[in-house]
Design a protein around this ligand. Structure first.
Ligand SMILES: *[C@@H]1O[C@H](CO)[C@@H](O)[C@H](O)[C@H]1NC(C)=O
Length: 127
């Protein structure tokens, strides 16, 4: 191949791989009830969950994996509790090419009373 062809090929490859790759991002989900963080073809990182009220809270974290666009399976489901002002860093595994990972923060409670997660926690990728 000529060097021009090699250069073009490299441009095409880098555009294709950057199209696929979606870094970790978190959004409100199911109204204000849950948070949903997702990534697609992106490295292992962490998601930070902070207690946003002056009270004891609890929530569950469910982790799912799927071929992007297909139904997934959950591989982890855990209960967390945080005192006022506390935070926790959640590991969020690597997603290879064509693989989508989801992390749900759900079932939030403030002082043992059901609450929208929007009112209980702040959830963000830990960049
Ligand atoms: C999958 O989620 C259900 C609840 O939605 C839970 O009961 C179960 O333990 C989870 N499985 C794993 C492997 O985390």
């Amino acid at each position: 191949m000529t060097s021009l062809k090699v250069a073009l090929l490299l441009v095409v490859v880098s555009v294709l791989s950057s199209v696929d790759c979606k870094p970790t991002h978190c959004e409100l989900w199911a109204g204000d009830a849950q948070f949903h963080c997702s990534k697609d073809n992106y490295k292992k990182d962490t998601v930070l969950v902070r207690n946003r009220v002056a009270a004891h809270i609890s929530f569950k974290v469910g982790k799912w994996i799927a071929y992007c666009g297909k139904d997934g399976v959950n591989y982890s489901d855990k209960l967390y509790t945080l005192n006022s002002g506390a935070r926790v860093k959640l590991e969020f595994g690597e997603a290879g090419l064509g693989i989508c990972h989801s992390l749900f923060v759900y079932d939030c409670k403030i002082n043992n009373v059901n609450s929208n997660c929007l009112n209980a926690v702040i959830v963000s990728p830990d960049l």
